[in-house]
Design a binder for this molecule. Sequence first.
Ligand code: UGA
Length: 431
Amino acid sequence: MKLSVIGTGYVGLVSGVCFAELGNEVTCVDISREKINLLNDGIVPIYEPGLKELIDRNKELNRLTFTTDLNEAVKQTDVVIIAVGTPSMPNGEANLSYIQKAARQIGEAINGYKVIVTKSTVPVGTNEKVGSIISQYSTYSFDIASVPEFLREGSAVIDTLNPDRIIIGTESERAAAVLWDLHSPLTDQIIITDIRSSEMIKYASNAFLATKISFINEIANICEKVGANVEKVALGMGMDHRIGSAFLKAGIGYGGSCFPKDTQALIQIAGQMDYDFKLLKSVVDVNNDQRFNVIRKLKEILGDLEGCTIGIWGLAFKPETDDVRDAPAFEIISAILELGANVKAYDPIAADNFRNRLDDPRIQYCSSSMEAAHDADALCILTEWEEFKSTPLPDIQTWLKSPNLIDGRNIFQEEELNGTPFVYYSVGRPS
Ligand code: UGA
């Protein structure tokens, strides 16, 4: 099949590359000439395990090309996938201007029947708007479909090639058949539904996962007060298949480009229909507060932070990515600075992205975990990188000025801490 993918962000680039890997001829389009030049030169603008290898192979097999010429790409292809960004506006609503622009350009370009798929996360009703914009600019026949994406950053290639399910939302049997053929090599768990339900499935799924995280984080906070261990609680809960063990890892709250944006957008969508989504509002509130437990624990150990140096391990919102969008580290570090302390921060790959957003003379960006911990009054672990998990505790002890460790991701086990001089605070476990 011949496909064009509009937008080479996480979703567009990974989907396009994976469809090429399945043997389709894919043209990835982006308005950024710089991005397209990088991709044509074999440089991948995002860090994603396994992606570069797939890009190189499929380019070599002439199944994958990159261009800024949307018009030509659309003309040459049977299926057009819209995967442009839908960033949050200040009120939490999704900004659909990129989607609308893509729809107009597609309308101007189409030269025969096409299936127009939206993969971007969009409010209910957006696909229908895409359809009406295209028909304002074109007299050719086309069908629209919503096929939401469920990939996770850091495991995007694996997730795309091994999906739990594919949702195809369309009112057209012809489009459903085309999209079934396109996706059936990936899984037999394909659901065909109406467009509005498909749009809702994406928001509801992310909102539910966010709810699980805030739920377990609150249970963790209560565990700390009653002397229970949240990891054992999560294990026991997760064994009930109705609950499931995934997304029950307590920590400093969720971040990234999806959960914060999509939970806010769903609250807005509900609000516009005069529905007060109270549960989801609480999920967001709990998440926004959870990160400050790190500050509360620092104060408990150090009292006044004025003049202290705090080491930070991990700036990305999760491991295996250089993405720092809505990473809890921003607010944690800003709060530490406000309390008069200095910060020494290290992340294996996300430090440059982080510094571009938070450059402050009181933050020293370090080139190793050892440097960030060296002579610090306390060390806070904010991302569960493998590199941190495998660092011997005696090493950390010799680097630190005082053996104060706040483990925001529970990467160490209490047994390892027994008999050491560490003052150790983790999440939801007896300290
Ligand atoms: C999330 C969803 O998992 C994907 O299914 C979805 O496609 C994607 O959003 C999207 O909408 O595009 P992602 O944001 O890449 O994917 O990362 P996750 O692995 O879901 O992690 C999100 C955040 O939750 C991270 O900050 C992580 O540390 C946190 N988290 C996750 C926890 O605190 N505890 C957990 O048990 C799981």
